[in-house]
Design a protein around this ligand. Structure first.
Ligand code: MG
Length: 407
């Protein structure tokens, strides 16, 4: 096979037809982009989307955003970005085994947390409070607006102009398909299998790595974990395989076993459901009676017990609560100050609100083209804050409120 044939797009698309399961999403079946574009000579639409996401500024900023612990606490625990990479890796494994579209799965996984504000769920809560009465704040819908409008990378169109299947995943990920922002996705039926895989893998991965991080930071002990059935089963496998290990080697091996048990269970249970529900086509997936990607009832119960433990002992640990309370204070104070005095906003955010009509005055050169609908100041400030990293929000707070001349 010559170089040109190897590299041609048709070659890839034919490969999808021959390799993927009949219920997988194919590039040829895509509902396309909001702004039509010519096909790339050798990359499928989902391969292109994956690369657009990785090159976006929202993706890079996940490196400085809280997963559970504020990103600057130490250099070992997970950030939003490393969490995303773990989810992507596991989701690709599951997709490949089920013969789903791995490129689409990868793109959905890489984008799934792109809309998270700084300081994790605490950041989301405070922004939701600040924007109450104006539609509130939700990280999935913000993620969709981020890739549809707020990223500025192409002269031809706003945002990243991603395919409909990746945009849809933002809405189904949070099951937010009833609001006006999500209206175009409201009658699609069940999410694609590729999106269902990312959704379930996300929770498996964060449960597992949050246990690992909490142990590493001393928030919980190995003894406390012996209350948890899923932990005990995995620990037993490690003990019988390796005998006595030191604490760090033991922890790492149990975490690996925890992940692998759950992923294997998902593969088995999902294959069973696909057979039992006689899923043969994409239409069957859309109209399925039950979610098709799932865990056995036995494993599901164990996973829920682990989640309850995390909720009680880790997410409500006083050190986590202090970090998140401070994060909320920082974002709440910044929000109030920018809304009170929009002139303190950096140019591109100021001009989103002021529009091109406000050229009179000292601040010239609007960066964005004039918009038909100028957003409310609260929404502009909310979008600015949601795009910040933890560190940048802390710096802005110092710049605005500390009695020093630090610009
Ligand atoms: Mg996630």
């Amino acid at each position: 096979m010559g170089f040109e044939q190897l590299q041609s797009l048709d070659n890839w698309l034919d490969w999808e037809e021959s390799w993927l399961a009949p219920y997988a999403m194919r590039s040829r079946a895509s509902r396309g982009r909001r702004y039509p574009e010519p096909a790339h000579p050798y990359r499928t639409p989902y391969q292109r989307d994956r690369e657009r996401i990785v090159h976006s500024s929202a993706f890079r900023r996940m490196t400085g955003k809280t997963q559970v612990l504020v990103a600057s606490v130490n250099d070992h625990h997970r950030t939003r970005l490393t969490h995303t990479l773990e989810v992507t890796q596991v989701a690709r494994t599951v997709a490949r085994r089920l013969r789903l579209n791995e490129d689409l799965t990868e793109a959905i996984a890489l984008a799934h947390d792109i809309g998270h504000p700084p300081f994790g769920h605490a950041g989301e809560q405070i922004l939701n409070e600040c924007l109450r009465g104006m539609g509130g704040f939700n990280h999935n819908l913000y993620g969709l607006r981020r890739v549809d409008e707020l990223e500025e990378r192409y002269p031809e169109f706003p945002g990243l102009n991603l395919t409909a299947e990746i945009r849809e995943a933002f809405v189904c990920h949070g099951r937010q398909n009833d609001g006006p922002d999500a209206a175009e996705f409201s009658d699609l039926g069940r999410p694609l299998l590729e999106a269902q895989v990312v959704d379930l893998v996300d929770s498996i991965v964060y449960n597992t790595h949050d246990i690992d991080d909490a142990l590493g930071l001393g928030f919980i002990s190995l003894e406390e974990l012996s209350e948890i059935e899923l932990w005990n089963e995995a620990a037993e496998v490690v003990r019988s395989q390796y005998g006595l290990l030191n604490a760090t080697a033991f922890r790492t091996a149990v975490i690996r076993e925890l992940l692998s048990r759950q992923v294997t269970d998902v593969l088995q249970e999902t294959s069973l459901r696909l057979q039992a529900e006689r899923i043969r086509t994409l239409e069957d997936v859309r109209h399925a009676r039950v979610p098709l990607v799932g865990m056995s009832p036995r494993m599901e119960a164990r996973k829920q017990a682990l989640e309850q433990f995390l909720h009680d002992r880790v997410y409500r640990h006083h050190r986590v609560l202090r970090m998140t309370a401070n994060g909320k204070r920082i974002l709440g104070a910044l929000f109030a100050e920018y809304v009170r005095c929009p002139e303190l906003l950096p140019d591109r955010h100021f001009w989103r609100w002021a529009g091109a009509d406000a050229v009179a005055g000292p601040r010239r050169s609007p960066i964005l083209p004039r918009r038909k609908l100028v957003p409310e100041i609260e929404r502009v400030v909310g979008d600015y804050l949601a795009g910040m990293t933890d560190r940048y929000a802390q710096q802005e707070h110092r710049r605005l409120f500390y009695p020093t001349i630090d610009l």
